[in-house]
Design a binder for this molecule. Structure first.
Ligand code: ZN
Ligand code: ZN
Ligand code: FE
Length: 742
């Protein structure tokens, strides 16, 4: 290798941090340096990727620019440092063995969907890896789900027991090969194997059987999406009533047959994360009615592993693809575990011998305000770090109770776990503890502080109380807006709008319709609750979360007293209240088991009930979703009165409209518009121009988009979630950043 004249020689040391391992960064640096005739080395260390290059100064500067411009697509660089050091007279460029020192801060990469080159090889009969279900390369394949430890090298993955054959080894060691240092590299000779035939699985699916397939982040349950009886059987065995199922489609073309897909949605479907994308379904397709019930969306993903590609090639019809678990339990990852736990659900199994290190469900993404917004963050995204504006002390945040995720704060990086789920079952609590131990071990992280929710009954809070470390209890709705502010790097003061179904308030009431004026101070942020929904009683407490009609009965009772109509808005024959309503009325009259709340989520339930749209939530947020869905393409500026968050005039108007026979879409729109107007009203009353919208209610696209547009129109800057969910899946991030390094 030629190296420039010694007199002009300089040496540059560059350190890159972020998602730089497992994406082919070292071979890229090697090729670039070699092409530019620069000497030096590149090294994967536990604290990042380190490059030293030696050559003429102008060439080194060009090298730095090209390093940024041409770096691998999947890499994310969060920190780049460079410094001039003394030249060493090196005469060639090499890749040094990884070290494994202390202070691990390298991001572990998420799992990457099969790249186009690997896909071509998969279907090329001439290729050595023709129809090999575990093919991958530097640009694609499993990462987070096979990492045992970092740095990310083969002996630190679940591929360590597969000894590379001479051909694979040659690829692995050849810097010009696209499998150079691809840690999960494998072929039919040396790699993992299926323990069944894909054709048999396809046949079983066609016969209406339920198949448990070992995927990337765990087992999936598959069934023919066109077969209502089969889908019904899956629902029954999985104990999942109406919550929509996701679908896997063979190709973009197939997805287009079933859904309207915008260019931005195409990008999401085909991205390396390959998430479930919520799409608008076309009418009159052969998808069974009970796949998504009355949801306005179909959750669709494309095949993201070679195994999925092979299966979909064989099936050529859409499949329901849902997590391999019973409702509310964690997803199965080990073969024996799946055989035991799924034996009453699946008729047929397809397993293999590549171990999955940790569970990772399929992620769910939807376009809101023209941008991708993650609703469930798992495979393809976890555990990418989120860089925040201020360093945090070594804190472990244990999240909420529903849709739980946990997080660790390492300086300015917050590593958020994958979606763990609701912590109602023993299994889920086990998964929660495992995720904490796993995250800490992977990053050699020792928490000095634990952040948890204020709610004393959350399983996460109770775990935190037993952990024996200093505890920081963070109010739920403050955590919501802090999370949104953090991922958007909002500095300075802002108005936080925090609306959800349920969260423990500072006064012990159930909050969920809160406005905070947030101003930064030395300790972090000062939260002032400047407005909230007028409180009302939830008869039966938690029972009202599932039975939305109870909220309706309560509000109607408050507004109309003994004359109040039924909870579905229908006037009662004199002296004859419906039995369930009269029971609730007794509770309300005597203030028995009535819990005060300011929750906008519960107000949604009430209006959905009065409007006759839904009396219950068969899954979280269902009634609100149905009410939003009613609006459809209707556009109206009319809004119900909701003066300073007082629902009295609103409930009166809803009932009047219902009696006057006003159409449900109109009622739904007027209700949503009332909420938008209230946000504008509060925003106008504060001095700040920055508005942060967070909480599960903002999964409502109509509300989020309309509120954002109205605010922006009046000169406000609006921040909504993109990389973490607006629902309780984002709580752990907020809990983390509400601690500041002092
Ligand atoms: Zn590939
Ligand atoms: Zn091989
Ligand atoms: Fe919440």
């Amino acid at each position: 290798m030629t190296v420039a004249a010694k007199s002009a020689t300089k040496r540059l040391r560059i350190t890159l941090r972020g998602a730089v391992q497992g994406v082919g960064f070292r071979p890229f640096v090697y090729r670039l340096a070699t092409e530019m005739s620069l000497a030096g080395w590149v090294l994967n260390s536990s604290s990042g990727l380190v490059v030293e290059v030696e050559g003429p100064a102008d060439q080194l500067r060009l090298f730095e620019q090209r390093l940024e411009r041409e770096r691998p697509q999947a890499s994310v660089v969060t920190v780049r440092e460079s410094s001039w050091i003394a030249p060493e007279g090196a005469d060639r460029f090499e890749i040094l063995a990884s070290d494994s020192d202390e202070g691990k801060s390298v991001n572990v990469l998420p799992d990457l969907a099969t790249c186009s080159q690997c896909r071509e090889e998969l279907f090329d009969p001439e290729n050595h890896r023709f129809e090999y279900p575990f093919t991958n390369c530097t640009n694609c394949g499993p990462r987070y789900t096979i990492v045992v430890d970092i740095p990310y090298d083969r002996p630190n993955t679940t591929m360590r027991d597969f000894v590379l054959c001479p051909d694979c080894r040659a690829e692995y060691e050849n810097a010009s090969n696209r499998r150079f240092h691809a840690q999960p590299n494998a072929c039919p000779v040396c790699g993992p194997k299926l323990d069944g035939a894909i054709e048999d699985v396809a046949e079983a699916l066609l016969q209406g059987e339920i198949v448990a397939l070992k995927g990337i982040g765990g087992f999936q349950l598959l069934v023919d999406a066109r077969n209502a009886a089969a889908v019904g059987r899956l629902r029954q065995r999985k104990h999942r009533e109406e919550k929509p199922f996701a679908l896997m489609m063979a190709s973009l073309e197939m997805a287009r047959e079933y859904c309207e897909i915008s260019p931005a949605e195409v990008q999401l479907l085909e991205s390396q994360a390959a998430p479930i994308v919520l799409l608008k379904p076309k009418s009159a397709t052969d998808i069974a009615w009970n796949v998504a019930h009355c949801s306005p969306y179909l959750g669709v993903m494309l095949p993201y592993s070679p195994l999925h590609h092979l299966l979909m090639q064989e099936c050529r019809f859409p499949l329901v693809a849902t997590s391999g678990n019973r409702s509310d339990e964690p997803i199965c990852i080990a073969n024996e575990e799946a055989a035991a736990r799924l034996k009453d659900i699946a008729d047929h199994f397809l397993m293999h011998n590549r171990p999955i290190m940790r569970a990772c469900d399929d992620s769910v993404v939807r376009l809101t305000r023209g941008r991708a917004g993650i609703l469930r963050r798992a495979r393809g995204y976890a555990p990418l770090g989120i860089r925040v504006a201020h360093a945090v002390p070594p804190v472990l945040a244990v999240g909420g109770h529903l849709k739980n995720t946990v997080a660790i704060g390492v300086g300015q990086d917050v590593f958020l776990s994958q979606h763990i789920g609701d912590l109602d079952t023993l299994e889920a609590r086990g998964a929660f503890e495992k995720a904490i131990a796993d995250l800490c071990r992977l990053y050699s992280f020792k928490p000095e502080l634990i952040a948890c929710d204020l709610h004393p009954d959350y399983a996460s809070t109770q775990w935190a109380e037993r952990a024996g470390l200093p505890l920081h209890r963070v109010q739920h709705h403050q955590a919501h807006v802090a999370a949104c502010a953090a991922e958007n790097n909002v500095e300075g003061e802002y108005l936080g709008v925090s609306w959800d179904g349920t969260g423990y308030g500072l006064d012990g009431a159930i909050w969920g319709g809160e406005f905070f004026h947030v101003s930064p101070n030395d300790a972090g942020h000062r939260f002032e609750r400047i407005a909230h929904l007028r409180p009302f009683g939830l008869p039966g407490g938690d029972a009202a979360v599932r039975e939305g009609w109870r909220s309706a009965a309560s509000l109607l009772f408050e507004v109309f007293g003994a004359e109040s109509p039924h909870s579905d808005g229908i006037a009662q024959p004199a002296g004859k209240p419906r039995l369930e309503d009269s029971r609730v009325r007794y509770m309300l009259q005597n203030r028995i088991n009535v819990v005060p709340t300011t929750s906008v989520g519960r107000l949604f339930d009430a209006v959905a009930s009065i409007a006759g749209v839904a009396r219950q939530n068969r899954f979280e947020g269902q009634a609100a979703m149905l009410l939003e869905n009613e609006i459809g393409a209707l556009r109206t500026e009319q809004a119900y009165p909701l003066p300073s968050g007082d629902w009295g005039p609103l409930i009166q108007a809803v009932v009047a409209d219902k009696r006057a026979g006003i159409a449900v879409p109109e009622i739904a729109a007027r209700f949503h518009n009332a909420l938008v107007k209230w946000i504008l009203e509060v925003a106008a009353s504060t001095g700040t121009k920055h508005v942060v919208l967070s909480g599960g209610v903002f999964q409502n696209r109509y509300l989020t988009e309309r509120a954002s547009a109205a605010l922006e129109c009046r000169g406000f800057v609006v921040y909504t979630h993109q990389r973490v969910p607006p629902n309780d899946g984002g709580i752990a991030l907020g809990q983390t950043v509400m601690n500041r390094q002092t």
